[in-house]
Ligand binder design. Structure first.
Ligand code: HEM
Length: 180
């Protein structure tokens, strides 16, 4: 997987728990304490999984809690900073989520070895979207936090539930007008 995922995990852990905690996470995951990640490098998927597991252990949280914090940090701080154009283009959370299939295709189409997740969409009713995650990696557990983070970024209430690879997103306030 691209180093952008561990890089964001690093940023989140250091911001919320401090530099020393992140060093311990790396060592627990079998890396050197001084190890740094580049956003464009290839990181073995097992290393990324190990980092989430070690973060849970060192921070005394569940892996799901770490993934939820990761998703919130990704969608509200990390991605708006380095991939800001995609957030500016979307008028609201609905548009942002619907653009995710294309955004993942576009951000990785010229990147060697990238295997981005794909998404398909079904509307259960006009305010309830089912977003299905397709990937070889089986990281669907990252999805609820990432989607909730998109809601937080656009300052919208979203109700998010997951069953396997299907993420149901309910927009209780209906259509949110575009931000000015
Ligand atoms: C502008 C916003 C975003 C950009 C530019 C972006 C880009 C990327 C990139 C470059 C990767 C690594 C792909 C690889 O190594 O093959 C990735 C992984 C991932 N992205 Fe995004 N992403 C964004 C937002 C989101 C959101 C909002 C979601 C969920 C709704 C999401 C779901 C995922 C998941 C689950 C992965 C892990 C890899 C996998 O499961 O295969 N991303 N993303």
């Amino acid at each position: 997987m691209k180093g952008t995922i561990p890089k964001c995990l690093e940023e989140m852990v250091r911001a919320k728990h401090g530099d020393a905690a992140w060093k311990k996470v790396k060592v627990d995951a079998g890396l050197a304490a001084w190890h740094t990640f580049l956003t464009t490098e290839d990181i073995p998927d097992d290393t990324v999984r190990a980092l989430f597991g070690s973060a849970a252990k060192i921070l005394d949280q569940t892996v799901q809690e770490v993934m939820d914090d990761f998703g919130m940090h990704w969608s509200t701080i990390y991605a708006p900073d380095i991939y800001g154009v995609f957030f500016k283009r979307a008028a609201n959370a609905r548009e942002m989520l619907l653009s995710m299939a294309e955004v993942h295709r576009r951000t990785t189409s010229t990147v060697p070895n990238a295997k981005p997740p794909r998404f398909s969409y079904d509307w259960k009713d006009e305010n309830t979207l089912v977003m299905t995650y397709h990937s070889e990696r089986d990281l669907a557990a990252l999805m609820p936090g990432l989607v909730r983070g998109v809601g937080a970024f656009f300052e919208e209430r979203l109700e998010v539930t997951r069953r396997g690879h299907r993420i149901t997103v309910h927009f209780p306030d209906g259509s949110t007008p575009a931000r000015s």
